[in-house]
Design a protein around this ligand. Structure first.
Ligand SMILES: Cc1ncc(C[n+]2csc(CCOP(=O)(O)OP(=O)(O)O)c2C)c(N)n1
Length: 179
């Protein structure tokens, strides 16, 4: 199963939640699957989806779902420490791990020798899970006391979806108006 179907599996449970999507194909695939005003398609800033999601979670009460990638979270591991310590109870960080920098040509990341779930646990995430071992809808809907980290292993590969035909300004403005 590739990232596209992984995002589909996640989005079928999303109702009013805020979704922050990683740069590149994750955002493009999300746009193709379920474009909504409450999706923030992050452009350009590799590694910062988790940091942007944290800021959103700390500044308002609604649930924030972050769709990150293994390459991006490995590039900004400090963000995991900050999230685990700030620990907002309305944040769910999902790392869709395809073991590659998928958006730029499937160059391998260091995922093979690096267990992101163990890293999250050791950084202090009290609720850290493998997507395939939980009822995601349950994690999404029940009131958590802590931030949630979810590792979602998928196969490499992008689906040939179009680009996001919204300007960065429109993405930002419609997102801000919706929250
Ligand atoms: C600082 C920086 N380095 C590199 C890039 C180019 N870049 C954009 S997306 C991407 C790959 C992201 O990989 P990952 O987070 O694993 O997500 P995937 O595309 O595999 O889902 C890279 C290297 C960038 N935008 N910014």
């Amino acid at each position: 199963m590739k990232r596209y179907d992984g995002i589909k599996n996640i989005m079928k449970y999303i109702t009013a939640e805020i979704v922050v999507a990683n740069i590149g194909f994750p955002s493009r695939e999300l746009y193709d699957i379920n474009d909504r005003n409450r999706n923030f398609y992050m452009l350009g800033s590799m590694g910062l989806a988790s940091s942007i999601g944290l800021g959103l979670a700390l500044s308002q009460k609604e649930k924030v779902i972050i769709l990150d990638g293994d390459g991006s979270i490995l590039m900004n591991l400090g963000s995991l420490v900050t999230i685990a310590n700030q620990n907002p109870d309305n944040l769910i960080l999902i790392v869709i791990d395809n073991c590659v920098y998928g958006s730029t040509g499937n160059q391998p990341t260091y995922c093979r020798n690096t267990d992101l779930l163990k890293i999250a646990k050791s950084m202090g995430f009290k609720n850290s899970y493998d997507f395939n071992e939980i009822d995601f809808n349950d994690s999404l809907t029940k009131n958590q006391e802590n931030s949630v980290f979810i590792h979602y292993r998928v196969s490499p590969g992008n689906v040939d979806v179009g680009i996001i035909d919204l300007s960065p300004k429109i993405i930002k403005n419609r997102f801000m108006k919706s929250i």
